[in-house]
Design a protein around this ligand. Structure first.
Ligand code: SF4
Ligand code: SF4
Length: 347
């Protein structure tokens, strides 16, 4: 096999880009150690299919490219997920389902490759020894078996790997695994970076975040290797180059993070706080008045992302003169490596 030449580029926010991340429920069969679902802020409801479809209409713009990512909790726990996907396709959304791999309610038998653009599996390790202590016993085996079935059925598949201190040193084994499974896209996520090495950790405490140097040493080369094997790879930019312009996605693109309690956020960093920009009430999208996330997006600070500075200040490192060593990019800004062949095909 000849390795294809990858082309790296930063994926900025294209004007008019629209992504709707729709949490149709918060229930899940797993209890991953890093789960970000927060029922007190996100609700515990499973939305009915009729409500999901009504809410989707609020975001549908058939004349524009709009991506819909259906999430949970575990979205395949929703018995009507195939009907929701079909309704979303009729509104011309490009639809991705993010699953933990359990694929409940015979999901694969009830959906065709034409109806679903991507089925995205979460794996946090290249084998059960790394993955299962994070995601749960036997999860690696179930997830990879169902991934194989999805590929055999002709579905386009992707894998999301959430990098933390527990699995960063196993990331390099993922490209070959994903290639052998027939996965098309590889999303590397970050659980959070910290500005300084974890010297201040208390005994017995797990510091999940990784140091910037560790991230930069491991992630870009693994991403390049995966792209060399023909995978389309995406990973967060995190640090801006000195000459790169800072942009807040909320100011230049449309991203909506929708939760079953009707909260709609524009920035994923804000999801644990009642500062959502919008609310769905009686099937109408209304502004959430008062102090909300919208107030922060126009602010310009030397550290880059203002919500990062407020909520995750640990990942900013300062020089002796008080200036930040790096500017932190918007968490929605990605580095993308597209294999040459896919590039030529305008994938
Ligand atoms: S699969 Fe997702 S929603 Fe379920 S526990 Fe894990 S991280 Fe949370
Ligand atoms: S992560 Fe920061 S830069 Fe990105 S949308 Fe949120 S506030 Fe804006």
């Amino acid at each position: 096999m000849t390795a294809r030449q990858p082309t790296a580029r930063t994926v900025g926010f294209k004007p008019g880009e629209r992504n709707v991340f729709f949490h149709i429920l918060t229930a899940c069969n797993l209890s991953c150690r890093h789960c970000y679902i927060n029922p007190s802020q996100h609700g515990t409801k499973t939305l009915s299919a009729a409500t999901v479809i009504d809410w989707l209409r609020l975001f549908a713009r058939p004349e524009e490219q709009s991506n819909l990512i259906l999430l949970g909790g575990e979205p395949t726990l929703h018995p009507d997920l195939p009907a929701i996907i079909r309704a979303a396709k009729s509104m011309r959304f490009a639809v991705t389902v993010d699953t933990n791999g359990y694929l409940f309610h015979d999901f694969l038998d009830r959906i065709t490759p034409k109806e679903l653009d991507y089925l995205s599996f979460s794996l946090d390790g290249p084998d059960s020894a790394v993955n299962d202590p994070i995601r749960g016993e036997n999860v690696f085996a179930v997830c990879t078996e169902n991934l194989r079935k999805a590929v055999r059925k002709g579905l386009q598949t992707s894998v999301i790997y959430t990098v933390s201190s527990l699995n960063i040193d196993h990331l390099h084994r993922m490209p070959r695994l994903l290639k052998s499974l027939g996965v098309k896209r590889f999303f590397i996520q970050v659980i959070g970076l910290r500005g300084k090495p974890a010297a201040d950790k208390k005994e017995g405490e797990i510091v999940w975040q990784v140091d910037p140097d560790h991230w930069l040493r491991v992630v870009p080369p693994v991403a390049a290797e995966a792209a060399g094997l023909g995978l389309h790879v995406t990973y967060p930019k995190v640090f801006l180059e000195p000459d790169e312009k800072f942009e807040c996605a909320a100011n230049v693109a449309e991203n909506y993070f929708v939760f079953p309690n009707g909260r709609v956020y524009r920035c994923p960093l804000c999801e644990d706080y009642p500062i959502h920009a919008y609310l769905i009430e009686n099937n109408r999208l209304v502004r959430h008045e008062g102090i909300n996330e919208d107030r922060f997006f126009p602010l310009t600070i030397p550290e880059g992302c203002v919500m990062n500075k407020l909520l995750q200040p640990d990942n900013i490192d300062y020089r002796a003169d008080g200036t930040p060593r790096h500017r932190i990019s918007c968490c929605l800004l990605k580095q993308e490596i597209i294999p040459e062949a896919a590039n030529n095909n305008n994938e």
